[in-house]
Every structure is written in structure tokens, then in C-alpha cells.
Design a protein around this ligand. Sequence first.
Ligand SMILES: NC(=O)c1ccc[n+]([C@@H]2O[C@H](COP(=O)([O-])OP(=O)(O)OC[C@H]3O[C@@H](n4cnc5c(N)ncnc54)[C@H](O)[C@@H]3O)[C@@H](O)[C@H]2O)c1
Length: 448
Amino acid sequence: MTDKYQDLAHNPIGKFLVKNLGLPNPPYLERYEGGPLVKGTVLTGSATNGPVAKAVTAALKASKIEATGVPANGKKYKGLVFDATGIDSAAGLVALTEFFTPVLRQLAGSGRVVVIGALPSEAATEGAAIAQRGLEGFTRSLGKEVGGGSTVNLVYVAKGAEKALASTLGFFLSPKSAYVSGQVIRLGSTGITSAPTVKDIEKPLAGKVALVTGASRGLGAADLRTLARDGATVIGLDVPPLEADLKAVTEELGGGYIVGDITSPDAPKLIADYVRENYGSIDVIVHNAGITRDKRLRNMKPENWQLVVDISVGAPQRITDHLLEQNLINDGGRIIGIASIAGIAGNNGQTNYASAKAGVIGWIQSLAERVADRNITANVIAPGFMETEMVKTIPLGIREAGRRMNSMSQGGLPVDVAEAITWLSGPGAAAVSGNVVGVNGQMLIGAS
Ligand SMILES: NC(=O)c1ccc[n+]([C@@H]2O[C@H](COP(=O)([O-])OP(=O)(O)OC[C@H]3O[C@@H](n4cnc5c(N)ncnc54)[C@H](O)[C@@H]3O)[C@@H](O)[C@H]2O)c1
């Protein structure tokens, strides 16, 4: 989908108007096109040079990312990584400005900033809790400052999980996270603290089977493509009217497909039987199917409330429970729910949708604890304004506001959600569970 305003803002007259009228200025974002994860050098720093700093160096090496700990005058950096885990007092937060202020102008376009913290809930002192929680405010503010398509994210590392950093750091430093900014990730928070070393970083999902619902178009089709790019065998599911599109996309990827409505009472059995007969079991399930039926609450029809809630969270819960009961999700599997920024910030006319999507977060975070003993992770992706069929129904004025009111001043592309899902699906993300990852360009108001 082309963004005409973005193109306009980059031609000479447009540039002049954008600058002088203070209009949104959407940069062209770099996206991953294969090859090295990071094209350029990453500068690292640490408040204490403790064990996490060493783990960062090892993680960058494992992902073949060029890095240095010594800043050079005038050199441009594609990424800045700061280990703030050792900061244990309010006064100690000054280490952030000591590291970042002198080098921020050296951050290249579509650059990446990653702050590494220690889980505030594990802080040994009040001073450490202040400092570590303070990193969230720092990250979210810097995300709104950097501009130029750059992103800023925070990774909290639970005690003992530092060796599981590589894939998360790789994702947040690469163009794969083009539309992910202002996010806070907790590594090791459900007790899974290790991750295998990923041997083939181009095809980390080789040998894995991934099922995506609502897969004939939009975000779901992009999920299938990106999961397949990373080596997964894919299965798509969608409703009968979209069978032809579903067949086309899955056949193109050498995958399988299931035609059905996830809300029908026999859907869990239909899916389980298909998986058992054709693939034995699955490793990844992405509950992407979703609809909107927007109306203010005073005009809401109960059937539209029920339908939206059931498609978003009721049916995904029933299907997941059945697959788990039937042992059709492998140990070390991945369960991914799709929420929405509406489920976090709320939205006028979407009480049904926002209840459902907030419910997805509640369900997945609870499930993450339940399945941790089988090393299965459960995470939520909360997309913001993504350029798909779904948003075409939004009235123009509201649509344009939704598209521009984020740090990137533009809507995200389906591939942005797909990249985040593919990172969470990989073996390297074994210690990432119970997280909510906003893929929303960092919303300017409400929530990120
Ligand atoms: N596009 C956005 O801006 C945006 C923002 C936040 C969240 N989301 C969420 O992302 C997901 C995908 O959205 P999209 O924009 O690609 O939407 P889309 O309408 O393009 O695709 C949704 C797919 O789900 C399928 N589906 C709907 N009901 C189903 C059912 N009962 N059984 C099986 N399949 C069903 C549809 O047929 C369709 O193929 C949804 O869960 C949506 O709520 C989208």
C-alpha cells in the first residue's frame, strides 16, 4: 500500500510545507531484505561492565553484528546498546546521559537504540528499583525524540537470563523491528532463562510447523510468508469465502490450509484432526483471525459484541486448550495472540473489540505461566495502525489521524507484525514469554 502523503513530504515543495507548517514528516523506514542483520557498526556501553555487558558482546558476536565499545569522532553508528543493569540508585541514572548524549548525533537513519535493564521486580534495593523502573521512562521519551525512522526499546533481563539475549538483541537492532519502538521486553520473566544457540540464523525455523489463523490476506498472509522465509512449514486457516486466496498463498509457500470458521463448535477438533493427520503436531500457533464491528456502546448489538469477543479470544482459547490436551503443540512451542493498541489505550466505538483484545493479553499472560513447564512460550503482539483491509473501513479523518499519530508518522506494513511474530517463533526467543509487544511505531498518546 503506498503512502501518498509520505511521498509528497519527500518532494521539494512537500518538504518545504512540512517544515514550515510543522506537519508530520514520515521517514522512509528501512526494512529487512536479507543478508546481515545489521548493516553497520553498533556502539556498546555499560554502566558497570558487569556480566550483562559481557553477555551483550557475546550476543552480538553470535548474531554476527559488528560492534565496538570505543566511540570514534564523527563515525555513524547503526545501533547504540547500553547495559544499564548495574545502575542501583536515582543518582546513578546519570550514566544514561553520560553514554548517550555525546553519541546521539552519530546515530544513523533508521538507527537502533537498545537499553538493557534488570527486572525491577528482582531489584535488591529501593535505589535499584527506582533506577531500573526509570529506564522505561527514559526509553519511551528517547523513542519520541530520535526521529529519522530510528527506534528505542528496553530489554529487561531476569537474573540468569543474560545468555538468552542474542535473538532479542538481533531483532531490536535489525531492520526487522522497523515499526517497533518504545517497547519494554522482559526476558526470563516466566522462569525460562535459557535459549539455544541458533546455528542457522537465516533459517532458524527449519523443521518447525507453524499454523496461522485468518491467513488468506492482511497480517495473516504476511505472517505465513515471513515464517516460511525463516524455514517454517506453514499452515493457513481462513473462512470458506476466502478459500481461493488462502489456497493461493499457502500453495505459493508449499504449505497446507484449513477452511473453517474458528468460532464453530467443531473448529478445535477440525484443526486438531488436520494437524495430526498431515503434520503430526505443530510448533507455532498464531491466533491472528479478527474482525471489528464498531459501534458506540449505546448502539451496540449483543450479537456483534459476542462475535468480536469470540473470534478474538474465545475461539483461540478453546482451540489452544484442545491442541494442548491432545498434545499437538510440541514442547518448546510458541503460542502467539494478536491484541491491538485499542486493547491497551481504548478506542471510541470499540468497547467490544477493546474488551476482546485486552482479554487476549489477560489470557496469554496467564497461559504463559501454565505452559512454561513445557518450555512453551506465549506472547502477544499488539499492532497499532497497520495498512490492511481492516483499516479501510475507518472514516478518512480518523484514519489519517491514526496513521500519523506515532513516532514514525505513518502506518505499519503487515510485514512489521510478521517480523515480530517470526522473532518470537524462533528458538532463540525461548526466554521471551508473557510479553506484550506493541508493533505500532510508538503511539504518541494513550499508550505505546
Ligand atoms: N490492521 C490493523 O490496523 C490492526 C490493528 C490492530 C490489530 N489488528 C488485528 O490483527 C489481526 C489481523 O488483522 P488484519 O488487519 O490483517 O485483518 P483482515 O480483515 O485483513 O484479516 C483478518 C482475517 O481473519 C479472518 N477471519 C475473520 N473471522 C474469522 C473466523 N471466524 N474464522 C476464521 N478466520 C476468520 C478473515 O477472513 C481475514 O482473512 C486481527 O486480529 C486484527 O484485530 C489489526
